[in-house]
Design a protein around this ligand. Sequence first.
Ligand code: NAD
Length: 253
Amino acid sequence: MGRFADRTAVVTGGAGGIGREVCAALAAEGARVAVVDVDEAAVESTVGVLTGPAEGFVVDVRDPQAVAALMQDVHEQLGGPHVLVTLAGGSLGTPRDLAEIGPADVDLVVDVNVKGTFYCCQSVVPFMVEAGGGAIVTTSSIGGRQPSPVTGVPYATSKAAVVGLTKRLAREVGGRGVRVNAVAPGLFLTGRLQQMYDAMAEAERREVLDAIPLDRFPEIREAVDPILFLASDEASYITGVVLDVNGGRFMPL
Ligand SMILES: NC(=O)c1ccc[n+]([C@@H]2O[C@H](COP(=O)([O-])OP(=O)(O)OC[C@H]3O[C@@H](n4cnc5c(N)ncnc54)[C@H](O)[C@@H]3O)[C@@H](O)[C@H]2O)c1
């Protein structure tokens, strides 16, 4: 049955490039999966290909009331939740370069990546405690771990904030059986990231590729497997860590 038999997993951004694959992998390992995203058509198509029990939820993670209702609905329809993976986020189509960034861009990036992650975590914790424990995997980024030429200042700010959120939350809820860890992916060329990468100057593109010791871009599976590891009992004594998944491009000591 796999590592997630009899568990319910909520995946925000679950209809996105990485999210879809995370949902599929969780379902293949026995989880009941709640696919959460603002893209209704993509939610439907994602749920449609999942093996096992799955429900789609069209929810904007920026809305705390909607997020609280989401967790209650998931609890009633699928049980748990025992696992939360927060992938909703990104640069969200906002400009990279400083002079082009407006206040609405800053709000969007911070609201989805930081506040959205917070609301989801805050709402899910009581259900995890009631279920006897749980695991949260948040999503930072190499852009929040070191200055990256691919994404802009608001994105870097928000993904660094996710690290602080993750560690502080892990400190608070560990005693109640809830683990909280982050993944910080390097550059995975999902749809929008491919466009951003293609739009970069040749020298910037070379800077990125030359800085990857493994000397190649990753497959999506190589982000999915670390997320499932942190969400599973294999990581039962791991909390408050950031798992850098970047081919060695950033190596903190
Ligand atoms: N792809 C990469 O190289 C990379 C690298 C580092 C970090 N990340 C992070 O991983 C996560 C997923 O990235 P991806 O490449 O799959 O991106 P993606 O754009 O394919 O997926 C993001 C999903 O989030 C959804 N979403 C956006 N705003 C939302 C909101 N307010 N409420 C609910 N859902 C919302 C989108 O509809 C989309 O389906 C993001 O947080 C991103 O910042 C990605």
